[in-house]
Structures are given as structure tokens and as C-alpha cells.
Design a protein around this ligand. Structure first.
Ligand code: SF4
Ligand code: SF4
Length: 388
């Protein structure tokens, strides 16, 4: 059947047009093999079918009000495995753009809509004041960024405001200072990177956030940017070039490896712990950064690095990407619970990672499962700072 014939039988031909417009059109290559469902982490905890979403979209039959439209964490596993090159993440985002356009949000997705106001007003999704973005660094002697500095440390929303993650930002500042890096932060001039809200379908808001950051960087004379969050890393590296700019962006794990290799950073204090490393989706699978964090952890004296099942390209998503960090996932359906079980089962005393969403999801899991002997959760920078 020709595609035009499909469109005439579809009850919502405008849906097809909108999916096309939102770059979700690769659904037409799908031959319904079901591989995406086999590899999707959702099917370890409950039933969810990306194959069905692709099929329904191809017929213009998407139920836009369905919670399933909001389930995908954009972990990137199924696009990696699809034999037909279907871009499921782009399709899912296209559907959310349509849902956003018509303001159709099932109850579970409403928190993802609510963050938009905070992002618009304060430049962060956490309902925090823009003016307080640099507060975490106040007592540390961290300087505001000036032209000519070696790097801009782009801190990110969670590391700036979240009480748990601020500890990692402080650790990062201490490491950079100890290594003699000339760096600065933008404080209230920094705004959310926009990566995750874009995945919820808020395209215009993403563009506004990106343009504001780019303008600030140009005005401030920024050349090289170090980021802690893989989500900032991903969008600065792969999406901001849509605005015809090209800043050098490195993830903290890459920068730490560079400092270690150049002999600027020395780790001397033993950290005698068995540590399993979790690959964040947006650092590993989406951007191929697998070796740098491991190399950094191996440089910590006394640390025994363990590998988890589902590592590197096959890493198990924490459940926080694609805007899911703002939505509630019921107990029994949290991928982060499975990951902590895996870490405990390989004998890890700590589960280390380098992403604010992974840390948040894992810490939440630990909190709800107190007394189960689960490993501690640590950010890469925290372990490195311990070894200074
Ligand atoms: S893996 Fe690809 S081809 Fe197979 S059902 Fe999923 S989207 Fe279709
Ligand atoms: S990108 Fe990940 S979460 Fe989304 S459907 Fe594919 S495997 Fe599932």
C-alpha cells in the first residue's frame, strides 16, 4: 500500500504531517520485528511496546493522551539495536511535541509540563531563584568566568541547586583548584542547557534556553567548556551546533583524564573501596565516552574497579532521561532499583557514576530501600576529590 493511501485511511492525517515536520518520519522503515521491545528496559519491569508506538504512528493512530507517549527515557538502546534504522527517540519526541502543542498531558506527565514555567522564569527546572545559582561556590574562592581563562566550568542546574549534587560541584571545584586550572563559573549568567525539556516536546523553550547560553558565552569570550552533566554535554556537543556555533565541550571525566595524563592532577590518598561504575546513557551510549571515567577511577590509589552486567553500550538506563526525572515512577518499576541490585550482586561497596539524573535516581532508590544493604552512591568527582 502506498503511504498516501495509509494517510487517507488514518483518522488523524494531521498527526502524520506533524510527525514528519518534527523529524519523526523514520517510522516508515519499521518492519515490526519487535527487537526494540526486547531490548527496552521497561520490559524488565512492566509491559511497554515501542514497536506498537511506531506502528500506530505510521498509521496516524497515535493515542496522544496515552501515558505510553511519555514512557521512553530516550536511553538510546533501541535505536542502537534496530535493524531498520528507525529513530525511535526522535519519533517519541515528535509525539510529545504534538501533545504539547495541543496541551494534552496525562496525569503522569504533568510534572514535565510544570517545569516549563520555572525554566522560563528562572532558567532552571527546580523552582530555584536564578540569582542563587552560584551560591554553592561562594565560600570556595571560585571566580566568575573572565575572558582568557583556560576553561568555563558549566555547572548545570542540579549541581548548582540540588543539595546532594552540590557536594559533587564542590568536589569538582576543589579538584580544579588543586590541579591549578584557571577556571571560572557564570553563576546567575548560566541557564539550563535545555536538553531534557526538549525531549518533553518543548521545542521553542529549548531554543530560547540555548540561544541565551550561546549569547552569554560569546559575550564572555568562552572558548572551552567543561561540563559535569552528560545531558549538558550531549546538547552542547550535538544540538547547539544547529545554531551555527562551535565551542569546544568536554565532559569532566575527559578533562580529569587529561589532567592526570599531563601530570597536573595527582591522586595520592588511598580510597580502599570496591567501586562499580555505571555508564550514564548520555555519556556512554549517546556519545561514546566509556573509557575516560574508568581510567580516572583506576588512577585512584587503592580503588578496585568492578564492572556491572549491562555495561558500556548495553548500560542499563537509570530511568531519569527524556524528562522522566520530573515524573514519578512507581516502586517496582524503577530501573534504578535493578541497577543497585546489580551493583550489590557484583560485590560493590559503592556505585559510581557521572550524571546528575543517575545520582538522583539511585539515591532515591536507596532511600526507599533502606536496610537492604545496597551500595553507597558516589559521583566521580567526589571519589577523585577524596584521593587528592
Ligand atoms: S526494532 Fe526497528 S524495525 Fe524492529 S519493530 Fe522496533 S522500530 Fe520496528
Ligand atoms: S530509547 Fe530506551 S526507553 Fe526509549 S523505547 Fe528505546 S529502549 Fe525503551
Amino acid at each position: 500500500m502506498a503511504r498516501d493511501d495509509w494517510e487517507t485511511v488514518a483518522p488523524f492525517p494531521e498527526t502524520l504531517a506533524e510527525i514528519r515536520e518534527a523529524n519523526g518520519e523514520t517510522y516508515r522503515y519499521c518492519y515490526q520485528c519487535g527487537k526494540c521491545d526486547t531490548v527496552c528496559p521497561w520490559n524488565r519491569v512492566r509491559r511497554f511496546s515501542m514497536r506498537r508506538i511506531v506502528r500506530e504512528a505510521s498509521l496516524g493512530l497515535t493515542e496522544i493522551e496515552s501515558e505510553d507517549v511519555w514512557r521512553c527515557t530516550t536511553c538510546g538502546t533501541c535505536p542502537q539495536e534496530c535493524p531498520r534504522g528507525v529513530q525511535q527517540v526522535e519519533l517519541g519526541v515528535a509525539l510529545r511535541r504534538i501533545a504539547s502543542k495541543y496541551d494534552v498531558f496525562p496525569a503522569a506527565a504533568r510534572p514535565a509540563r510544570a517545569v516549563r514555567a520555572s525554566l522560563t522564569l528562572e532558567g532552571n527546572p527546580l523552582n530555584e531563584e536564578r540569582a542563587r545559582r552560584g551560591d554553592w561556590a561562594r565560600e570556595l574562592g571560585v571566580r566568575p568566568f573572565e575572558e582568557g581563562m583556560e576553561i568555563l566550568y558549566f555547572v548545570g542546574c542540579y549541581y548548582s541547586y540540588d543539595r546532594r549534587l552540590r557536594r559533587a560541584a564542590v568536589a569538582t571545584a576543589r579538584i580544579l583548584q588543586r590541579a591549578g586550572v584557571r577556571f571560572g563559573i557564570l553563576g546567575e549568567r548560566e541557564g539550563c542547557c535545555g536538553e531534557s525539556v526538549r525531549k518533553t516536546g518543548a521545542e521553542q523553550l529549548f531554543r530560547d534556553l540555548a540561544r541565551a547560553n550561546i549569547k552569554t558565552w560569546i559575550d564572555a569570550g568562552v572558548q572551552r567548556i567543561v561540563v559535569s552533566s552528560p545531558h549538558c554535554f550531549h546538547t552542547f556537543r550535538n544540538e547547539y551546533p544547529e545554531f551555527r556555533v562551535n565551542f569546544e565541550v568536554v565532559h569532566l571525566s575527559q578533562f580529569l583524564r587529561e589532567l592526570l595524563r599531563d601530570g597536573r592532577l595527582k591522586l595520592v590518598r588511598p580510597v580502599s573501596r570496591r567501586v562499580a561504575y555505571h555508564d550514564p546513557c548520555y555519556l556512554g551510549r549517546h556519545n561514546g565516552v566509556f573509557d575516560e571515567p574508568r581510567e580516572v577511577l583506576r588512577a585512584v590509589p587503592g580503588l578496585e574497579l568492578l564492572e556491572l552486567p549491562d555495561a558500556r553500550e548495553r548500560s542499563l538506563c537509570c530511568g531519569g532521561g527524556g524528562g522522566r526525572i520530573w515524573m514519578d515512577t512507581p516502586r517496582g518499576e524503577r530501573f534504578s532499583d535493578l541497577r543497585l541490585d546489580q551493583a550489590r550482586d557484583v560485590g560493590a561497596e559503592a556505585l559510581a557514576t557521572a550524571c546528575p539524573y543517575c545520582i538522583t535516581m539511585f539515591e532515591d532508590s536507596r532511600l526507599t530501600r533502606e536496610g537492604e544493604g545496597l551500595p553507597a552512591v558516589v559521583e566521580l568527582a567526589e571519589i577523585v576529590a577524596e584521593a587528592l
